[in-house]
Design a protein. Structure first.
Length: 266
């Protein structure tokens, strides 16, 4: 019995050490979600055309923020490629219904890096979208730090590369963080974003804008699951409304119909 207790004690120590290590690693490299936090709008960057822009001017619609760096040989380009694919599949239009902003967190990258990457990625978009619908930005280390810290996006430089996560952040027109969306990563090294999840996240970030009836119905029937960062069918809500509709139908066809028949007999 004493031996079993000793083994359990050691196992608990290892487990706690693993949790502490994982938490520390996440603080250095990864996403610490800050739902409800505000992305500072008074931070300036340069776009792919060399224009100095304020972040607040780019977030006047629901906005998808993608932190990346343009020379990345890992996950950044595959994630941007998947965003382009989702744009082709979703019936919302960048620049009209929402904006996309890709921000390089490498202060050494240039306007040319942003311009080259924009040409590469926009060639994958089938829809004729506004050039302002998807911005590719570069900035100095101070601007990058302000925005990444506000978003809970942590990264670490290693020589000429960075350790970082790949995740999309959806913010409201006021800059409020509404959703984090983590794409699935498959065995081929590709990212996968479900168009439905993407659209729902944009709608969640729209806050106060007029939403079509069908979209309101979708938002009612599906709920966001933070653990898996996806939307799932809400059986409880749907079954509740189904019961209400069933009772209404019973009232119409069972309660009111005999009254009409009684009038005919009289």
């Amino acid at each position: 019995m004493k031996k079993v207790i000793e083994i359990l004690f050691v196992a608990v120590l290892f487990l706690n050490f693993g949790r502490a290590f994982a938490a520390d690693y996440k603080d250095k490299v990864g996403i610490n979600e800050k739902l409800g936090a505000i992305i500072p709008g008074n931070v300036s960057f340069y776009d792919s055309q060399g224009n100095k822009v304020l972040l607040s001017d780019l977030m006047k619609k629901p906005t998808v923020i993608d932190f990346a760096y343009y020379r990345c040989t890992g996950i950044c380009t595959p994630l941007m490629t998947e965003i382009a694919d989702v744009i082709n599949k979703v019936d919302l239009v960048p620049g009209k219904d929402y904006n996309i902003v890709t921000i390089s967190f490498n202060p050494d990258e240039t306007i040319k890096d942003a311009a080259d990457k924009k040409i590469q990625i926009m060639n994958l978009v089938n829809n004729n979208i506004s050039a302002d619908g998807w911005k590719f930005l570069v900035g100095d280390s101070a601007s990058i730090k302000k925005v990444t810290q506000a978003a809970g996006f942590n990264f670490e430089r290693q020589d000429n590369a960075y350790l970082h996560a790949g995740e999309l952040i959806f913010v409201s027109p006021e800059g409020k963080i509404c959703r984090y969306l983590k794409p699935d990563f498959n065995y081929r090294g590709d990212y996968k974003i479900l168009p439905f999840d993407f659209k729902m996240a944009v709608l969640e970030a729209s806050r106060g804008e007029e939403i079509p009836v069908i979209d309101k119905a979708l938002r009612y029937c599906f709920k966001y699951q933070p653990k898996n960062q996806t939307y799932v069918f809400d059986m409880f809500k749907v079954s509740g409304i189904t019961v209400i509709l069933a009772v209404a139908l019973v009232f119409v066809f069972v309660v009111r119909k005999p009254k009409k028949e009684f009038k005919k007999i009289g």
